[in-house]
Design a protein around this ligand. Sequence first.
Ligand code: ZN
Length: 407
Amino acid sequence: MQKAFTLFSLKKRIIAIILVISFIFCSLVVRLFVLQVVNGKKLQFKATDQWTRDLSIVAPRGTIYDRTGSPLAESYTTYNVYVRAREVKEMSQTAMNLSQLLGLSFESTYNKIRETKASEVLIKMQVEGEIAEKIYNLKMPGVYLAENSNRYYNYGNLLTQVLGFISVDNEGQTGIEAYYNDLLKGEDGCSYVQSDLQGKEIGGSLRYYIPANPGKDITLSIESKMQLILEQTLEKIMIEQKAKAVNGILLNAHTGEVLSMSSKPSFDLNEVPRDDLTTLFEQSKVKVATDVYEPGSTFKILTVAAALEAGVTSLEDRFYCPGYRVIDGIRIKCWRTIGHGSQTLTEAFANSCNCCFMDLALRLGVDRFYSYMEKFGLGHKTAGYLWIRNRLKMLTLQEWGSGMQLP
Ligand SMILES: [Zn+2]
């Protein structure tokens, strides 16, 4: 009886042990499956992130040229200086060298280097190439340099609204810099090194260097000499007329190309007033393109062209200006209130006489007048805009595929 009980109990125990082992084994298989297959990619990414230290290499932004090939906005390289504290051999000597070369206080540099919690600390941004080279030549363990791209606007205060400016992260904020950001920006590169748990570089380990892909260059229809003349003229007018703002544009009459375009007041693109957002926003607007304005006397050119084309007048045709006309019961003055008297169309045009042009519009009649304005393209997007759009289409087809979205 005793023996049977023992046997039975032994058999039971063996079964129980087998079940427990099977359960543990199955659990392990499931866990392995989850780790390897379900979460494999995510974990591998995390592990790579832990095993490697990376420094980004900022892509140099494309240059913006004027139509003659003169650079308007260029990028140049500066360096960010990093320290990986755990790799530093001589703490105070490294701090001394860096503080002297970078013009920093010894105490703050030393304290930053002593900071071992972070895998790396930024010591200084935008260090010039010459100084960066001196730092590099000292071959101090734990000191790293990362390339950085900076923007320089060769004419500073010129073309402020058209060119626009970029953020500290190299992203276009306004103007051409923002509109063509995807083209100009390029793709950042990276350098990876394998590191141990504490973030120290593993001796003889693999190093990866993915070079940055520089941004594309852009050539504008702008002519910088004409732009300079326009901007100087606008500034002069603003002072003379005590105006709050002045806008101007020069177009090629045959093609609609924008040769120069400006709004005053403006700011220096090399010293963007980032802390005064209201001024920044107001002075960044390309007002000649964004705001509506009443054409006034410039509209007379269209009226006379339509009237000559329709044959309702000729250059020798005579007009009489008493200083006003009454149209539909409303008295509309000529700018010369005492009147221009009798004049030919050519003279009236030179005088910018309102009465003559009221007569021309009346002769054309409402329907014909509107039909001509329609043919001149009023009420449609400008030829300049279309020109830019077509040029961009060519650019996109040649270099970028058809991926870019046009407005
Ligand atoms: Zn007149």
